[in-house]
Design a protein around this ligand. Structure first.
Ligand SMILES: NC(=O)c1ccc[n+]([C@@H]2O[C@H](COP(=O)([O-])OP(=O)(O)OC[C@H]3O[C@@H](n4cnc5c(N)ncnc54)[C@H](OP(=O)(O)O)[C@@H]3O)[C@@H](O)[C@H]2O)c1
Length: 319
């Protein structure tokens, strides 16, 4: 079969042949891939930098996608093999890790949206279940996941949603998607944090896609400004586009009811993730979430890999 094939972690994948994988066991089938999203997680897998990487090459990137099953139905599926992923003409589908799609579902939308949407959907339903009316800060609201987080927080019953991010156009889009207030991040993390603290000091949850300096400065600024520091603030760490580490003064954990946890593979069980797939597929296929996509053919994957997309747009590879 043809696939996007990574032979060096320093280079983009190339369109070339790769051994067609063989299904094993009663739950696996070989399916035709229809669409696979180029998510940040796919890029980190292809560059060997994801925390689950085994550093073995060659590999086919891609962690999920939409496929045509041997019986003709279409399904969203989560890949199960890190060496032979979903950016290929064919992929192994574990029928326990898929959701059959309705006839009229748009495969591109589903492939684009599931990964970014899953981050807040699972965080707010499994990691720290959102209570109706609670306030949410989305730190890093301009990316695909942040824009989904605004919509999903509102769908799940959040009261006030505050979004913080850099790109002014995407901040306006966050407001269109339901954010009650947005805060523009500047180059100065301290002044940005002060502005976030004013806007979001009373929220109950933070969905943090940034980490790094913005999180480091925002945590103490926000806790200090809270009217009741004994009221819990659940900080859910999801992405780290602004930096992999922070310095956290111990006093942050003693002087307030501050609960820091992550959401991702490992923090939530595979069983819990899989249990959330059908309801999220419903949200997307019923067009209750806005999705911004651009498609690229599998044979053009090498050039597309490094081509910038418009802000907030998710590239989807189509074999
Ligand atoms: N744990 C999970 O379950 C899960 C699931 C999905 C995604 N994630 C993670 O969440 C993060 C975002 O994913 P995504 O799909 O939204 O990616 P994306 O669509 O590529 O968006 C990333 C956004 O980050 C913004 N950004 C980059 N550097 C920044 C900085 N220093 N300060 C503020 N904003 C910055 C960029 O916005 P501007 O350049 O416009 O400012 C960009 O729009 C990634 O780290 C991803 O791996 C985690």
């Amino acid at each position: 079969m043809y696939a996007a094939v990574v032979t060096s972690f320093a280079e983009p994948p190339r369109y070339q042949t790769f051994d067609t994988p063989k299904p094993q066991g009663e739950h696996e089938v070989l399916a035709d891939v229809l669409a696979a999203g180029l998510h940040p997680r796919v890029r980190s897998g292809a560059s060997g930098s994801h925390y689950t990487s085994t550093h073995e090459l060659p590999l086919v990137p891609g962690i999920d996608g939409v496929c045509r099953l041997p019986d003709g139905r279409r399904a969203y599926f989560v890949g199960s093999d890190s060496r032979c992923g979903t950016m290929a003409e064919k992929a192994i589908v574990d029928t326990r890790r898929m959701v059959v799609l309705p006839e009229d579902a748009d495969a591109i939308r589903v492939a684009a949206a599931m990964n970014p949407a899953m981050s807040s959907w699972v965080a707010l339903r499994r990691r720290v279940p959102l209570e109706a009316g609670q306030g949410v800060l989305v730190l890093g609201v301009t990316g695909n996941a942040g824009q989904m987080a605004v919509q999903i927080a509102k769908r799940l019953g959040a009261g006030r949603v505050v979004g913080a991010g850099r790109d002014p156009e995407r901040l306006r889009e966050a407001e269109n998607l339901g954010a009650d207030q947005v805060v523009a991040l500047s180059d100065d993390p301290k002044s940005s944090a002060a502005a976030i603290a004013v806007a979001a000091c009373e929220v109950d949850l933070v969905l943090d896609y940034l980490w790094g300096p913005p999180a480091q400065e925002t945590i103490p600024a926000l806790l200090t400004k809270r009217s009741d520091r004994s009221r819990s603030l659940n900080w859910i760490q999801i992405g780290s586009v602004a930096g992999p580490t922070i310095e956290l003064p111990s006093v942050a954990l003693r002087s307030a009811n501050f609960r820091l946890q992550g959401n991702g593979q490992g923090a939530v069980s595979p069983r819990a993730y899989l249990a959330e797939l059908p309801s999220l597929v419903d949200e997307i296929t019923a067009n209750r979430l806005k999705v911004n996509t651009v498609t690229v053919g599998l044979r053009d994957v090498e050039a597309a890999w490094t081509r910038p997309t418009a802000p907030g747009q998710r590239m989807v590879v189509v074999p």
